[in-house]
Design a protein around this ligand. Structure first.
Ligand SMILES: C[S@@+](CC[C@H](N)C(=O)[O-])C[C@H]1O[C@@H](n2cnc3c(N)ncnc32)[C@H](O)[C@@H]1O
Length: 305
């Protein structure tokens, strides 16, 4: 039988972080919520949980994000694992927005920390946070209610969201890609490309791939099953392969990075191909959710950017 090796996180860091966490406050919050009832508000029968997600523990939590415990403890722990300061790191994604978005989709939104910042920065925009864990969405919705922010929370897989093509101006993902196998990360970028209007922007905030690939010991710190795969990859290349242009990755406090890409104007050949598909399309080609998302013009760009 394989012997499970404790991570540095479990042996040394977790006890230290626990010392600073208000465990009693978290327990009171956890007990104040009927997690099954509340998560049922978000749970969608048409969402299939992928194996890479349900078979792994993330951050040492048995069952990963499909447990209410993950939603309760996530923020308390995350504040200590995004040096030098969680808010500064997340602000780097907000500062990299180059469009004036009217519809924003935050993929793998978790407890909604970045989603809330997006809504605060762009109060007129419709903001949607999407996550595979209905428990994380419960926590996110409580935070949005406390902050009096109107955000839509959606249970879904970022690889195949079911939203209509060309219906968002900005698609973001914070701290998602180090937790997905690289083939899934690339599928999420392809889905982001499909969802964006021409001129729309994708923004990915995550660990710095160059730094992580040089700091093997750091990858042993946390229980992150796909972080080595992530570190070995190249976000710029992944974005380019998905069709994005003006691709750029900037370091954020050395240990993090923000990557940006823009959906370009299609070439004449691509337009011809789409027109051809349009003529041969059958009703089964329809996307799941194209009700109120159509008809927006292309996003307006910040002239100051
Ligand atoms: C490390 S957390 C990041 C949460 C949040 N974005 C943040 O910045 O704190 C990763 C989140 O991605 C979600 N996730 C993982 N794979 C996903 C997928 N394929 N589709 C949607 N959400 C996913 C997990 O449920 C989890 O909430």
């Amino acid at each position: 039988m394989a012997v499970r090796q404790d991570t540095i996180w479990e042996r040394f860091l977790s006890p230290v972080v626990r010392y600073f966490i208000d465990e009693e406050g978290l327990r009171r919050y956890a007990e104040s919520v009927d997690w099954e009832k509340q998560s049922d508000r978000f749970r969608r029968a048409d969402v299939t949980i992928p194996a890479y997600y349900s078979t792994q523990n993330f951050h040492g939590i048995q069952g990963g994000y499909l447990k209410s415990g993950a939603a309760v403890t996530y923020d308390a722990v995350t504040q200590y694992v995004l040096p030098p300061n969680e808010a500064w790191v997340r602000q780097a994604l907000i500062d990299a927005v180059k469009v004036q978005p009217r519809r924003i989709l935050d993929l793998g939104c978790g407890t909604g920390s970045t989603t809330l910042m997006l809504k605060q920065t762009f109060p007129e925009a419709e903001v949607i946070g999407l996550d595979l864990s209905p428990y994380m969405l419960v926590r996110a919705s409580h935070k949005a209610e406390s902050a009096a922010l109107n955000i839509h929370w959606r249970h879904g897989n970022a690889e195949k969201t079911g939203f209509a093509s060309d219906s968002f101006d900005l698609v973001t993902a914070a701290l998602l890609f180090h937790e997905t196998p690289s083939r899934v990360s690339q599928a999420i970028l392809q889905e982001s490309f499909r969802l964006l209007r021409v001129g729309g922007q994708v923004l990915i905030l995550d660990g710095n791939q160059k730094a992580l690939s040089q700091l093997e010991w750091l990858n042993n710190v946390f229980e992150e099953p796909y972080i080595r795969e992530y570190a070995a990859g190249n976000m710029d290349a992944w974005m380019g392969a998905a069709g994005f242009e003006t691709v750029r990755t900037q370091d954020v406090w050395w240990i993090h990075q923000v990557s940006s890409g823009i959906k370009p104007i299609p070439t004449a050949e691509e337009i011809a191909e789409v027109n051809m598909q349009h003529y041969t399309a059958t009703p089964t080609n329809k996307t799941l959710d194209n009700n109120d998302l159509q008809g927006f013009p292309s996003p307006a760009f910040n002239t100051t950017a």
